[in-house]
Ligand binder design. Sequence first.
Ligand code: MRU
Length: 364
Amino acid sequence: MKVDGVAYRSIWRDPSETTVTVVDQTLLPHRFDTLKLMNVADAIDAIKRMVVRGAPLIGVTGAYGYAMALRDNPSDANVDAAFDAINAARPTAVNLRWALEIMRNEVRELAPDDRAVAAYVAADRLRAEDIETNGTIAEHGAKLVREIYEANGRSRPVNILTHCNTGWIACVDWGTALGVVYRAHDDGIPVHVWVDETRPRNQGASLTTWELGSHGVPHTLVVDNAGGHLMQHGQVDICLVGADRVTASGDACNKIGTYLKALAAKDNNVPFYVVLPGSTIDWSIDDGVAEIEIEERASDEVTHISGISGDGSIVKVRLAPKGTKAGNPAFDVTPARLVTGLVTERGVAEASRAGLLGLYPEKA
Ligand code: MRU
């Protein structure tokens, strides 16, 4: 996607060929800047600090981190040690484990001296596939948006509600739920997006608004609690959200607050779609509420809010009294029964084991 007329992706290899550069998402929307990741420690730190974030991008960054780890130490021991260290950076998005498993399988049987080159080739492949996959997801999802536009007699823009940030900076390019929005917009379907601010880190307020604004997509920022009200008043035609992990039976784990939107959507007969690449499906589990580890993040993300000060520096401002205890579960699980459909690169599936296996029969 373009930033000030220049085409960017969220991560790329440097001319040196063995380091990578990422868009620093902790500075957006105030400053567009990049950060060079020199080694595996930098990659882990970038994932932990959410310099990079979003399930697909976490996976690709983990893959390059793994390549850098083997560049520096291609020993048998490090094939597993690097896997474990990177995989522990963030626990919920399964794309990280998915990418690392592919990486480890590529190199495990090779002689140590051959491992780094093979790992970079595999990481480049995962990066390229992410772009292609998200482009295809967007095509499938845009058909749903078009159907709503037609059903409304082409009389008004389609109102889409989204949560968190699922755009090109959450992937390598395009995005998942926002990729659908971009595609619909680019295809000439009038859309308007309600952007949930997405406390506590405000990915909606900071990142999604920045992305949509840069792409010229009409949007309105709302507080997280506004969605139910908007749905009751007929102001939402469709909810489109991403996912960090979807179980084999279609339960969808995504940014905290997604579940409440799905409940409100159900109560108001608003279609609720989860948009994801196949790499987000965790085929090893069924019950998302019981089986997905939910990341608990630092309490100062809740007690404080960050923004920009008059001199342009990014500051944290306290909201709650000193010493306030704050809980900060970063994700929640929307049970399959609340999900209208799962939009994937292979088409739209019912949120159920049968539905997913219909698209991914090789997983039976
Ligand atoms: O904590 P984050 O910002 O990494 O959470 C991101 C989300 O919850 C996204 O909705 C999800 O990763 C899908 S992004 C394409």
